[in-house]
Design a protein around this ligand. Sequence first.
Ligand SMILES: Cc1cc2nc3c(=O)[nH]c(=O)nc-3n(C[C@H](O)[C@H](O)[C@H](O)COP(=O)(O)O)c2cc1C
Length: 147
Amino acid sequence: MLTRLIYASETTEALTPAAVQHIVDRARLNNTRLHLSGLLLFDSRCFLQVLEGHRAAVSELFGRIATDPRHRRIELLEVTPVHERRFARWSMGFAAADAAHGELFLRFGGAPEFNPYAMSAAGALGLLECVGAAHVAAAQPPRAACA
Ligand SMILES: Cc1cc2nc3c(=O)[nH]c(=O)nc-3n(C[C@H](O)[C@H](O)[C@H](O)COP(=O)(O)O)c2cc1C
């Protein structure tokens, strides 16, 4: 069964860009093998991650991620069966949740700052999709912007 899981967390200690890149590199390797896809947003303190794939694989990976000492305060925003993937293009996409996305934080989170703990599941999904679309648009223009 295809499943989507979204969670928020915060770093236990400051992570260097190289340390974050290492997480993403390992994720891409493992997720490709496990037929998982998703996207990770990070603002240097909080993570917002979506994982999608076979329910057993999503569960197994989330069990590992949840015990990773590099982050804490893991809060599930959504676990739901889905008919299709929304993030199929990435084994694990990565984007900075920076001020450039302030309008999206406002639209999907109700405040101009990135605070995934305050977001609804629908808001988090909308934000992830729009940031992902912007990422793709920036890399390979032209492409329709997220409406
Ligand atoms: C915020 C965050 C997101 C992560 N996302 C993934 C992921 O999508 N896939 C993955 O395999 N590991 C992810 N990890 C790392 C796992 O917790 C774990 O360290 C890793 O899966 C172990 O695999 P390895 O032995 O191949 O390094 C993440 C860690 C953190 C802190």
